[in-house]
Design a protein around this ligand. Structure first.
Ligand code: RNT
Ligand code: ZN
Length: 416
């Protein structure tokens, strides 16, 4: 606590009130992705660890959640180690259908009843994603952009059902539900005709979005990708495609940190997008070589992302969702590491004395601006972080690790 008082004094010298920033943190609700808990398998069929759609969780750490009960139990454990109140991000494949096979074009809100009741009890929001992968009708590599009318219609219906469900979730919980569309469509080798699939995708999206819902219940987003496994040469839903689609159709763009060229930093894209759009969704992830889904850590990319959101004064416009999956480490650790890193980055960004940087910039003192940026990097943010954890009743420092180990020995070990 003494550390916090000292840190408060240091920040006060730069015009930053740390108590106020801690109140700001209460408005931050990141979305915890349920799919880290079971390697993106879902409950539709026996798990095989393969999505068949350009994404793949590797590793076989014991203790994967096998059903809704286990997954919710694991999420609760993760939440007990993550400061603040956050949302849970669902995918359509996490429907609970009482052992009956319900195909994607037939899912209804009742299949998410357990999730909704649980969220109500925990007083948290839910987000949603239609699942356009891990399905025989996605095997050709094309879903919403398929030239086969039957396949395309099936996926359009799935997209419509998903929005209907997301709308119901938002209405019932009274917390807006983000509904994000990502499709794996693309091809391994060079296509002869790139434009046709893109025109088809546009038409499919138009159809899905033709139903209008109240934005206080559901907000839609579309997520691009650079390449995936099996779609190395061509991805139909590219960044340019969705950027244009979003700006013309009043939906938001989703930027996944792992979906761009390795040297491309998505931080610089935020101000460009927010000049034209009200909102933006971020998928927090970490790209490593060809993989876009490593567990997020407190690296330069994440810090510059958070700082840029803050410098745009846009924490009320940017939705932040986690999106990574690692089956080679304890899955709860993966969640907690990624969520704590993201919240640390956000806190650091809120604590930065931005005003002083802008003042020097406006005076043309660019050397001082750079000097301050460097010095601000080592301000005592960790004392404020610890205070935040204590206030929110979660372990500080490394002590959360033992809690996960205990859970692993007591519960996860008995699952396989
Ligand atoms: C895939 C996208 C997408 C998925 C989730 C499971 O590359 O990032 O967001 O990770 O929908
Ligand atoms: Zn993503």
């Amino acid at each position: 606590m003494n550390d916090y008082i000292r840190a408060k004094e240091v920040y006060a010298k730069f015009g930053v009130d740390t108590d106020e920033i801690l109140n700001e943190m209460d408005k931050i609700h990141i979305s915890l992705h349920c799919w880290q808990g079971d390697d993106v398998n879902g409950f539709e069929k026996d798990a095989n660890g393969l999505s068949g759609g350009g994404i793949l969780a590797t590793g076989n750490w014991p203790g994967r959640a096998r059903n809704g009960e286990e997954l919710r139990q694991d999420i609760e454990k993760a939440f007990s180690l993550i400061p603040g109140k956050h949302k849970v991000n669902l995918h359509a494949i996490y429907a609970e259908t009482d052992g009956k096979y319900v195909d994607r074009d037939e899912i209804k809100v009742e299949h998410f009843r357990k999730w909704i009741d649980w969220a109500k009890e925990k007083e948290i929001g839910l987000d949603f994603n239609p699942t356009f992968f891990s399905h025989p009708k996605a095997n050709s590599g094309y879903t919403l952009s398929s030239k086969d009318e039957n396949i395309r219609k099936f996926w359009i219906n799935h997209g419509k059902r998903s929005r209907e469900i997301a709308n119901e979730i938002g209405k019932e919980l009274n917390i807006q539900c983000v509904n994000n569309i990502w499709i794996p469509d693309g091809s391994k080798d060079l296509p002869a005709n790139r434009i046709e699939h893109r025109k088809i995708l546009k038409e499919s999206l138009d159809e899905i979005f033709s139903v209008k819902y109240d934005k206080s219940n559901i907000i839609d987003s579309v997520e691009s990708k650079l390449f995936g496994i099996g779609s190395e040469s061509y991805v139909v839903g590219s960044h340019e495609f969705y950027l244009n689609y979003a700006s013309k159709n009043d939906v938001m763009v989703c930027l996944d940190m792992g979906h761009f060229h390795p040297t491309e930093n998505i931080a610089d894209k935020i101000s460009s997008i927010l000049t034209f759009s009200d909102n933006l969704l971020i998928h927090v992830s970490r790209g490593v070589r060809w993989d876009s889904d490593h567990v997020a850590i407190l690296n330069d990319e994440l810090l510059s992302l958070a700082k840029e959101i803050r410098r745009c004064n846009a924490y009320d416009k940017v939705y932040i969702a986690l999106d990574f999956f690692d089956a080679s480490i304890n899955r709860i650790m993966a969640w907690v590491i990624g969520a704590r890193a993201t919240l640390k980055a956000i806190l650091i960004s809120l604590l930065e004395p931005v005003q002083l940087l802008v003042e020097e910039e406006n005076k043309g003192n660019l050397g001082i601006r750079l000097a301050l940026m460097e010095e601000f990097k080592t301000l005592p943010f960790s004392a404020v972080w610890n205070k935040y954890c204590i206030d929110k009743n979660v372990p500080i420092g490394t002590s959360w690790i033992d809690v996960v180990k205990e859970y692993e020995n007591g519960i996860l070990k008995y699952r396989d």
